[in-house]
Write a protein that binds this ligand. Structure first.
Ligand SMILES: Nc1ncnc2c1ncn2[C@@H]1O[C@H](COP(=O)(O)OP(=O)(O)O)[C@@H](O)[C@H]1O
Ligand SMILES: [Mg+2]
Length: 249
């Protein structure tokens, strides 16, 4: 247990960064959404990005896929500059994103939705399917049902499963708890924790700051497109500004 009384995240060796953003500035036309953002994620880490609605969290994730394109700065994945690479090339390097709002295909079955996540030319083998079903037993039960019939929490599991089936080296999660009831939120955080303990590298964007910081090794606080604070999950949970602005005082 850490001094804050929360369970410590599992230990991660000090690898070189898997993802590195250097002074990233991005804009939608005249609207500057990110200003000089520098951050990194090491292999095996869970890193969270917290911030209010409109702070630029989704934009930060989307700049990794160059939408919107960078005005300044650069983004490196495993040392490689992503500038100019099309989305499918970045996906092939091993970056998988679970977008805000999940974006599953409601008319397709659960199984068909999962298969949509398979990397082109690299179908998931039986062991990987088994691993996905093992993470999400409810999806196994409902594999032949229309995805649109799932609950919000189950749809989020489906969206995470669809990302995992490409065997990503980096999993980007944009507000996985958005709109979920407390129990479903708990389940999603428990699944993220389990996936991380099995060795995944996760960049978790959340408005649910308390849960995200408890789960994460490290975190960054984004305010109006700028990184305001960074530290370990425990340090940020103890920070007075974080407590006042994001943890309900
Ligand atoms: N497609 C877009 N066109 C213009 N402005 C946008 C677009 N998407 C987001 N924005 C603006 O960029 C800022 C950051 O938005 P966003 O990254 O969605 O924040 P968050 O995910 O933290 O809620 C906001 O001011 C938002 O209004
Ligand atoms: Mg967002």
């Amino acid at each position: 247990m850490t001094p804050t009384g929360t369970p410590a995240a599992h230990a991660v060796p000090a690898n070189p960064p898997l993802l590195q953003l250097e002074r990233v500035t991005a804009a939608y036309g005249p609207v500057i959404a990110l200003k000089g953002v520098t951050l990194h994620i090491r292999a095996g880490e869970i890193v969270t990005l917290i911030g209010a609605n409109g702070a630029g969290k989704s934009t930060l994730l989307m700049t990794i896929f160059a939408a919107p394109p960078l005005r300044e700065g650069r983004i490196l994945f495993d040392g490689q500059d992503l500038a100019g690479l099309p989305t499918h090339r970045i996906a092939r390097l091993g970056v998988a994103q679970v977008p805000e709002g999940r974006r599953i295909f409601p008319a397709m079955t659960v199984e068909e939705n999962l298969a949509m996540g398979e990397a082109p030319g690299q179908p998931a083998d039986a062991a990987l399917w088994e691993q996905i079903w093992d993470h999400f037993p409810i999806l196994r039960e409902r594999r032949r049902q229309r995805a649109g019939a799932l609950s919000g929490g189950e749809q989020q599991m489906l969206a995470i499963g669809r990302a995992l089936i490409s065997r990503p080296r980096l999993l980007l999660l944009d507000e996985p708890s958005l709109g979920l009831a407390p129990l479903a939120t708990q389940r999603i955080f428990a699944i993220i924790d389990r996936i991380a303990r099995e060795g995944a590298t996760i960049f978790l964007v959340e408005q649910n700051a308390r849960q995200a910081l408890r789960l994460a090794h490290r975190g960054y606080v984004l305010v109006n497109g700028e990184i305001r604070l960074s530290g370990t999950g425990g340090e940020l949970l103890d920070d007075p500004e974080v407590q006042a602005c994001y943890l309900g005082g």
